[in-house]
Write a protein that binds this ligand. Structure first.
Ligand SMILES: Cc1cc2nc3c(=O)[nH]c(=O)nc-3n(C[C@H](O)[C@H](O)[C@H](O)COP(=O)(O)OP(=O)(O)OC[C@H]3O[C@@H](n4cnc5c(N)ncnc54)[C@H](O)[C@@H]3O)c2cc1C
Length: 416
């Protein structure tokens, strides 16, 4: 089934009776050429690119819940380039390019919207830091424009520019950044993978590994053992737990991150905005809800919900920046489990067990990484070599000291 304007017209005229399910619901087979654990964005894109780029189609994605029920369907949907760090920058540049062709490639509308991201700054020192960040982005081949207060006022007239404590000095404008409908990204990759022959097995939890003489031969699941010579572990916030089942530890702590959405409003915010004096970022969804978030809840947890102090903190920051949002009613909030590494950067590498590969440590920025993570993890699993843009995402970098430090503060940023 291909989506096209003609098809939509035809279905509209014939009572929408011709749409089929987007993917099959197969029973798990006894063995595959490769298994991906985790039906989030990264697991599904890994399966898709394994099939599409490497011709490996006898694959299963094993998901303990439903496809897209994890962080991929819980995030605040921001897609952008990376800011500065070699190691991360080239990876995220690659990812942004893949985003730009993804919907055409998957023949699926993920509502990718390059509406631009503006990082606000509030002091001379912060302006210097953002100018440096912008220059690094341009050098990397991404885009950035430094706006002064007037430039910001033109684009974002509703902000409170004259607050005495943190007046807005300007912003760093990244035009190719924006948002995408998060669960549609999971559905698009799921449909694409299914069409290439990948079995998507939902409601099937991996409970252990079949390890023989130090080699991974498959997984134990709630629906029986499934064998495969290559197994990819792509379980985001559960990475530490699943690695423990295989008998090794990952340098990952799991923390809660919350997001919030208001009632639907008429279009009023047409960019993604980040506040430079507090951890607050906001955009407006196509349904009209203001979608915003802040910092981690700062205690390790596997609960997919957060606590009130962070909700209060986030809303306070929002009110400081744009008092008008005080009039909107907050509809919902939710949490997701973030797999935080000490340097804030991911891992795409072989594990200490032969045949078992790890894709983890996406912290609170892994949505924008979905295409490139799948691309690079598929490359690693198919060729046994790291992709050029993911070479620095090594598991042993915390032992050797070759870290890619996003903030130089470790995973508990507020404690440093
Ligand atoms: C509130 C919030 C806001 C965020 N905002 C942004 C943002 O604006 N921009 C951005 O780039 N990133 C953002 N992120 C981060 C981003 O969503 C994640 O880094 C990314 O989605 C993680 O990868 P994933 O999609 O594969 O994870 P998930 O969707 O969590 O996929 C992992 C899957 O593994 C499955 N699984 C776990 N254990 C097992 C098992 N034993 N057996 C079988 N299956 C298993 C889980 O059920 C889950 O479906 C945000 C995250 C949250 C929570």
């Amino acid at each position: 089934m291909r989506f096209s304007a003609l098809r939509i017209l035809k279905e509209g005229l014939t009572g929408n009776t011709g749409w089929g399910p987007l993917w099959r619901t197969p029973e798990p087979k006894a063995s595959y050429d490769a298994i991906i654990i985790g039906g989030g964005g990264h697991g599904l894109s890994t399966a898709y690119y394994l099939a599409k780029n490497h011709g490996l189609t006898n694959i299963a994605v094993i998901e303990k819940g439903y496809l897209g029920g994890g962080n991929v369907g819980r995030n605040t949907t921001i897609v952008r380039a990376n800011y500065m760090l070699p190691g991360n920058s080239e990876f995220y540049s690659h990812s942004l390019k893949l985003w730009e062709g993804m919907e055409a490639d998957l023949n699926f509308n993920a509502m990718h919207s390059q509406r631009g991201i503006i990082n606000l700054f509030h002091s001379d020192g912060q302006r210097d830091a953002y100018a440096r960040r912008g220059n690094a982005m341009i050098n990397q081949g991404d885009d950035a424009i430094l706006l002064d207060t007037q430039g910001c006022r033109k684009l974002l007239p509703y902000l409170d520019y004259d607050q005495t404590r943190f007046p807005i000095y300007g912003g760093l404008y990244h035009k190719r950044g924006g948002t995408a409908r998060h669960d549609a990204v999971a559905w698009g990759y799921a449909r694409g993978a299914d069409q290439l022959g990948v079995d998507l097995i939902q409601q099937c939890e991996v409970t252990g590994f079949l390890i023989e003489n130090g080699v991974c031969k498959g997984v134990q699941t709630t629906r029986g053992d499934i064998r495969a010579p290559k197994v990819g572990m792509v379980v985001a916030g559960r990475s530490g737990q699943v690695a423990e089942m295989a008998g090794f530890r990952l340098p990952v702590e799991s923390h809660v991150l919350q997001a919030f959405v208001t009632e639907g409003l008429k279009p009023c915010i047409d960019h993604v905005i980040t506040y430079g004096m507090g951890h607050f970022y906001i955009s407006q969804s196509d349904k009209g809800g203001l979608v915003f978030g802040g910092d981690l809840d700062y205690y390790p947890s596997y609960a997919q919900r957060g606590n009130l102090p962070m909700a209060e903190h986030v809303v306070e920051a929002g009110m400081t920046l744009m008092p008008m949002i005080g009039k909107a009613k907050m509809l919902r909030s939710w949490g997701g489990i973030m797999d935080m590494t000490p340097d804030g950067s991911p891992i795409i590498d072989k594990s200490p067990i032969e045949g078992l590969y790890v894709d983890a440590g996406w912290c609170y920025g892994g949505f924008k990484a979905v295409p490139a993570s799948g691309w690079c993890m598929a490359h690693l699993m198919a060729t046994d070599h790291s992709h050029d843009v993911a070479k620095r995402f090594r598991l042993d970098r915390f032992r050797t000291g070759h870290v890619i430090d996003e903030e130089s503060t470790g995973s508990q940023h507020n404690l440093h």
